[in-house]
Write a protein that binds this ligand. Structure first.
Ligand code: GAL
Length: 890
């Protein structure tokens, strides 16, 4: 081979790779993670004398420095009326506070990485009248904190626009750079951007300081504390695609073709107007590997002149042939695309921006329900709060993915983000995993639910918070509807409340004309003004009726008959969905006696075996509810009677921190289908039997180890999609039962307990379907450790969730075991947290010792960043044999 030939080939390869590189790298834009290298200080008293604004919980207001006028301009990009935008006053407030100054020595502060939740490690407040009570999870979320970090800029950054992008900080964030107040964002759940450019010294070290302030009584659930989501530095040419500056929607969608509309906002922060060419290619996107695939379409190029200091939209459309549609699993596939937009100035690429999206059509049919791509999809949804149990509010992709995996196995296909914008990565997961999402922004407006909640800032911030939420999330195909409020007090303020709802509704449609708006209503009735405003009617609890059946007759509070028919006849063109159903309560694996004969009863009904206030437990017969709730069985009955209802979002999918109804001395909720640790309650199988009717599954409750109940009535219930079932106790039939209409479980309510074996055989259409067996256990003798994943990445984020079961000699889970278990770890990793799912367990989450709760414990393990090798996790308990579990670190 001649050397010339080799040279040609080498040159060719270099050219080819340069060409590929040009296509692959986001030329002109850098997005750098700022998650590492922070110093952190928490203060419970306000020594710096700064405050966002006067607040009811702050008494010594006079000597405080109110910063609101300097923070408000951060909202300007999201205020549509130029006259209402805020002018920054002169002055540099806070610059005299040592913590913001470059010379301040923070080496004694705690070193932390983000996402960070300062409160999750506890300890829990266990006293009566604690400063943070059960509602907010009894964890130390309150107070002020500071985060500091250096930003080292090179001279290459000169002339660029440099932005700080914070995905979420709880709450009242205020940001200083080199001693100058840049701006901030009060609402802790929204993502926001601050322009650092004019405060930054390129080619030098710069000092960033962020102050957060969490009032007490600011929430009805655990808000977490800290910079609990990712933080980024975005570096771009002064002329660039604006923050969340693309909007993609699809129309005329069929298997053969779809029209894609694109709007690109080009922003010019430079001193002179610029002529910009905008080009966008559409590629397939493989969400499993994260790879951009082949190009499938190209939008027509457009040229736009962008005056200095302004934004200009560019609109264009393209047709995609044979589109791979996005749809929810399991009946459809969540196919994704990515649009790659480039800005050119004088033929040079100055910015590259990627937008992931999906092509799909949605129809909200008042008679049938939701159609995705023309196919009916029943909404089998759950409500999810933002916390990740023992990991707190600090967002972690793997922990969120695990929540969704367990929900998918349940047959769940939809999530309501109750009641605030989620971490952006959670919507990437719902896109990829094929869940439908009701995305929700507020839990209250002007009328408060707690003393220091969002109502304090609603008048100043609602527009900016709503528009920024919509712009951030509107390209996600999983998002099907926008909820601009949950059970807001304005439901019952007649025309005034409806007028405010109309304002919010109009903003939703200005930012996204393609999806319906809604707000969840628990008290507004069809003839009131409020529901008229909503595109989709989202009912909380009232669809199936509230306190309307005999077991609830003695309770205080409004009694409401089932509302589905009335709403349907008043709004014959609007789809109805239940955005909250059930509010059923239970403690996993705990059964109390006697058991009610009813289909649904309040947990406070002690005569019917609902709850045990002393032990703070609610019976897991899955019949007991909050005072306004309904058992799953009652919800199913009402929904089946009203088949026009599109489906439901159960309250709640997982247990969450805070709101421990009915026992506020506990720390976490009883509402979940899944407990806080991720263990399945019995209810899991009830929903699975309805949501996955083809799954061959039968599930018996309760457990069958009741040494002190011999001879006593101990009802046995079975969840299965079967239509007939026969129960055997020690081989003796307890009767074969048929599921009648409006029966969603098999019940043998008169079984007298004898130790031994319970066995159920179920049938569907006369043929054997599925079986289940439960045996009386003997003493606990061993532990079994099972990791959800035995190989984890050493990226500082990946996790393994290890379940520990306490077993008897035959290997059956000892159902009441409460042995103290101690964890240790060998190798390049750490134990992050432990939990057992008991809402009343007050051991702090990082504790390496935890009592089993009803036979189960969870330990969460992370690998050290950059490590490799093996991690061995050992669990020990007195008198218990155990084999360790080994994890590979990649
Ligand atoms: C609803 C409310 C939820 C939760 C639930 C259970 O009224 O919207 O946020 O509080 O009750 O208590």
């Amino acid at each position: 081979m001649s050397s010339r030939y080799v040279l040609y080939n080498v040159c060719g390869l270099i050219l080819l790779s340069l060409f590929l590189l040009r296509d692959a790298a986001p030329v002109g834009r850098e997005r750098v993670s700022l998650n590492t290298g922070w110093r952190f200080l928490r203060a419970t008293t306000n020594t710096d004398k700064l405050i966002y604004d006067q607040r009811p919980d702050v008494s010594d207001r006079n000597d405080l420095n109110v910063l609101k006028p300097w923070i408000l301009p951060s909202a300007n990009d999201f205020i549509s009326d130029p006259a209402k935008r805020h002018q920054r006053p002169i002055g540099a407030p806070g610059s005299d506070v040592p913590f913001v100054q470059e010379t301040f020595d923070d080496s004694a502060w705690e070193a932390v990485n983000l996402p960070h939740d300062w409160a999750i490690k506890g300890p829990f407040y266990t006293e009566d009248n604690a400063v943070v009570g059960g509602g907010m999870g009894r964890l130390p979320v309150q107070g002020i904190s500071w985060y500091r970090r250096e930003l080292t800029m090179t001279s290459v950054d000169k002339g660029k626009s440099i932005y700080l992008d914070i995905d979420g900080a709880m709450s009242y964030a205020m940001v200083w750079l080199n001693g100058n107040l840049v701006g901030g964002w009060p609402y802790g759940y929204n993502s926001f951007r601050l322009d650092l450019t004019s405060y930054l010294r390129p080619g030098d070290d710069n000092q960033l300081a962020i102050r957060l302030d969490n009032p007490t009584d600011s929430s009805r659930w655990y808000p977490g504390g800290g910079i609990y989501r990712n933080v980024w530095l975005t570096k771009v040419d002064p002329t660039h695609i604006a923050q969340w500056g693309t909007f993609i929607s699809s129309k005329e969608v069929s298997a053969q073709s779809a029209t894609i509309d694109l709007v690109v906002q080009v922003e010019n922060k430079g001193p002179a107007s610029r002529q910009i060419e905008v080009a966008t290619d559409v590629h397939a996107f493989d969400s499993a590997t994260g790879r951009t695939g082949e190009k499938v379409a190209e939008f027509p190029r457009a040229t736009v002149n962008v005056p200095a200091g302004q934004k200009q939209p560019v609109n264009c459309s393209v047709t995609v042939k044979n589109p791979q549609l996005w749809g929810p699993l399991p009946t459809q596939r969540p196919n994704l695309y990515v649009a790659v937009t480039r800005l050119y100035a004088s033929n040079k690429t100055i910015d590259t921006y990627e937008t992931r999206f999906g092509i799909r059509s949605l129809t909200f049919d008042a008679g049938k329900g939701l159609l995705v791509n023309g196919k009916l999809v029943r909404i089998q949804g759950v409500n999810q709060h933002h916390d990740l149990g023992a990991l707190g509010a600090a967002f972690n992709v793997r922990a969120a993915e695990r929540q969704l995996e367990i929900l998918r196995d349940l047959g769940c296909n939809a999530i309501r983000m109750s009641h605030n914008p989620p971490a952006p990565e959670l919507l990437d997961l719902t896109d990829r995993m094929g869940f439908l999402v009701m995305d929700e922004v507020f839990d209250c407006w002007e009328r408060k639910k707690t003393a220091n909640d969002f109502h304090l800032i609603f008048p100043d911030w609602y527009e900016a918070d709503l528009r920024s939420f919509l712009r951030r999330d509107r390209n996600h195909p999983s998002v099907i509807a926008w909820s601009f409020g949950n059970e807001v007090g304005e439901q019952s303020t007649a025309e005034a409340g409806a007028a405010l709802a109309q304002k919010l509704h109009d903003i939703v449609h200005e930012e996204d004309p393609t999806r319906p708006s809604t707000a969840s209503i628990n008290s507004a009735k069809p003839d009131m003004p409020f529901p008229q405003v909503l595109d989709v009617i989202s009912l909380n609890y009232q669809g199936e009726g509230i306190r309307d059946t005999p077991p609830y007759a003695d309770l205080q509070g409004i009694k409401t008959p089932p509302q589905y028919p009335d709403f349907h006849s008043k709004f014959p063109a609007k789809m109805i969905v239940s955005s909250e159903t059930a509010a059923t309560l239970s403690t996993r694996g705990t059964y109390l006696f006697p058991v009610t004969n009813e289909v649904s009863a309040p947990a406070s009904d002690n005569a019917g075996g609902g709850g045990n206030p002393g032990l703070r437990q609610v019976s897991a017969y899955e019949l007991y509810t909050a005072p306004f709730g309904a058992s799953p069985d009652k919800v199913f009955t009402t929904q089946d009677k009203n088949p026009f209802v599109a489906g439901e979002f159960v309250w709640s999918g997982w247990d969450y921190l805070g709101e421990p109804t009915p026992y506020y001395s506990a720390r976490s909720s009883y509402f979940g289908i899944i407990d806080l640790a991720g263990f399945k309650k019995d209810r899991y199988y009830l929903y699975q039997s309805r949501w996955r009717p083809d799954l061959r599954m039968a599930h018996i409750l309760p457990h069958w180890t009741w040494p002190d109940r011999v001879g006593q009535v101990t009802p046995v219930h079975v969840f299965s999609a079967a239509d007939e079932a026969e129960l055997f106790l020690n081989g003796q039939s307890q009767g074969r039962k048929k599921k009648e209409a409006s029966n969603y479980r098999f019940r043998w309510d008169e079984v007298a307990y004898q130790p031994g074996e319970l066995h159920v055989v179920t049938y569907k259409n006369g043929r054997e379907w599925a079986n289940d067996t439960v045996r009386t256990t003997d003493a606990a003798t061993q532990l079994r450790l099972t990791a959800d994943r035995t190989a984890i990445k050493a990226d500082g984020r990946d996790l393994s969730f290890i379940t520990v079961e306490v077993l008897d000699s035959r290997g059956d889970v000892a159902p009441r075991a409460d042995n103290a278990i101690t964890f240790s770890l060998n190798g390049p990793g750490e134990i992050v947290a432990t939990d057992n799912g008991d809402p009343a367990d007050m051991a702090s989450f990082p504790s390496k010792e935890r009592k089993a709760y009803n036979g189960l414990v969870l330990v969460i393990v992370r690998a050290k960043t950059g490590a490799s090798g093996q991690i061995t996790v050992t669990a020990t308990g007195t008198g218990l044999r155990a084999a360790p579990v080994t994890l590979a670190v990649k």
